[in-house]
Design a protein around this ligand. Structure first.
Ligand code: FAD
Ligand code: UDP
Length: 371
């Protein structure tokens, strides 16, 4: 078989590139995935009760990037959805990210204005001017009590390492609020694909120049397939046979339960920072707006990849892993007909919109250098 581009991985990164190459450049593409489905970690399917579930954990679409939203809108309609999260602490449920209600309820206060809330945070903060890790970042913005109540144990459970070792960007993902806004995100676009993610990916790949091969591992690909350029969205360390040692990843076990009731919890996701082995529980119907008698929920148990069928969900961002990734990325730059993309190929904690933006930018700005 002779093709222009071989793309490894049919997640967001691979699908965007495949679509662009076929539609914009009339290139022939073979996109492979070692899994039995397209969509990567955003894959969704209907379970036995007819409920749309996300196989690899809840995926909520949100972005400020017009370009990403407009691009994806070619392949899906949307339904509006604003995600809300509650944190269970000592049997009580609090809005999260921390907002004025969280503070008033936890500390028994009656703060009313933004100035009062800001003054309260200021009174809690530790004097750390340039936070260098995930713990310091929270101490510098919210102080120790809020760190210990909402962040410390969750972060240890989620990542399996001391929050002091994790980059500050990890906890910086979560804002804190001066008002009562209890939405998880404040992005301009907050919506879910109307018919789900998988339906959207199917449309992206629906082109005569795109061939899809599933259950196909790049490292076992027959040599009869020849291509001019390889776009690889799998783990970069594996590509180079772990020559500098493995990069660290965190994985998750998902435990799904279908309940014979219309609704299971008050909001889309409930977090459990300090109790249980799981971090959070998500009710899919709350995200997708589906109307059915039953409901399916997913608990997330973070663990090592070895205990999770070697699935690599989260690159673990630390100083050491940044340095190790840099060494692999130098090797990657020496290869003329191979490009690396995506959460695993770039070893970056991308959200879906970041993965799409990265792929669109790569297509626009970098791909031509390789031709
Ligand atoms: P992936 O989706 O990981 O795709 C890579 C693909 O490559 C996989 O399908 C894999 O099977 C395949 N592959 C790897 N190696 C090989 C090989 N050797 N041969 C063949 N195929 C191979 N983002 C959000 O914006 N909002 C959210 O709410 C959100 N929630 C998330 C929840 C969880 C639990 C996780 C893990 C991630 C979440 N994300 C979320 C992030 C989102 O999943 C990623 O941004 C996105 O899926 C990245 O796409 P990708 O194509 O780069 O990688
Ligand atoms: N986090 C926390 N407590 C929470 C929620 C999040 O400590 O209740 C921290 C934790 O370190 C987590 C990070 O904030 O890994 C980012 O959270 P986010 O919800 O963005 O993680 P993701 O959805 O990517 O798993």
């Amino acid at each position: 078989m002779q093709i222009d581009y071989l793309i490894v991985g049919a997640g967001f990164s691979g699908c965007v590139i495949a679509e662009r190459l076929a539609r914009e450049k009339s290139k022939s593409v073979l996109i492979i995935d070692k899994r039995s489905h397209i969509g990567g970690n955003a894959y969704d399917y209907y379970d036995e009760s007819g409920i749309l579930v996300h196989k690899y954990g809840p995926h909520i679409f949100h972005t400020n990037l017009n370009e990403v939203f407009e691009y994806l809108s070619q392949f899906t309609e949307w339904i509006p959805y604003e995600h809300r999260v509650r944190c269970m602490v000592e049997g009580k449920s609090y809005p999260f990210p921390i907002n004025r209600s969280t503070i008033n309820a936890l500390f028994g206060l009656k703060l009313e204005t933004e100035e009062e809330v800001e003054a309260f945070y200021a009174s809690q903060r530790e004097p750390i001017t340039n936070p260098t890790n995930a713990e310091e970042r929270v101490l510098a913005t919210l102080g120790r009590k809020l760190y210990e109540t909402f962040y410390e144990s969750y972060t240890k459970k989620q990542w399996g390492i001391d929050p002091k070792e994790l980059n500050a960007q990890v906890t910086a993902r979560i804002p804190y609020r001066l008002n009562n806004d209890d939405r998880y995100f404040q992005d301009r676009y907050q919506m879910m694909p109307k018919d789900g993610y998988t339906a959207m990916f199917k449309k992206m790949l629906d082109h005569p120049l795109i061939q899809v091969q599933l259950n196909c591992d790049y490292f076992q690909l027959p040599s009869s397939i020849s291509y001019k350029h390889l776009i690889y969205t799998g783990p970069i360390d594996q590509f180079f046979n772990y020559c500098y040692g493995p990069l660290p990843y965190r994985s998750v076990k998902f435990s799904l339960k279908t309940l014979d009731q219309d609704s299971a919890q008050e909001v889309g996701t409930v977090n459990f920072p300090n109790d249980h082995d799981y971090t959070r529980c998500t009710e899919f119907k709350k995200l997708t707006g589906q109307q059915t008698d039953k409901t399916t929920i997913a608990y997330e148990y973070p663990d090592t990849p070895e205990n999770c069928d070697n699935e690599l969900y989260y690159p673990i961002p630390t100083k050491n892993s940044d340095a190790l990734y840099k060494r692999y990325s130098l090797l990657a730059h020496q290869l003329k007909n191979v490009s690396f993309l995506g959460r695993l190929g770039d070893f970056k904690y991308y959200n879906m919109d970041h993965a799409v933006m990265r792929a669109l930018k790569f297509f626009k700005n970098e791909l031509s250098h390789h031709e």
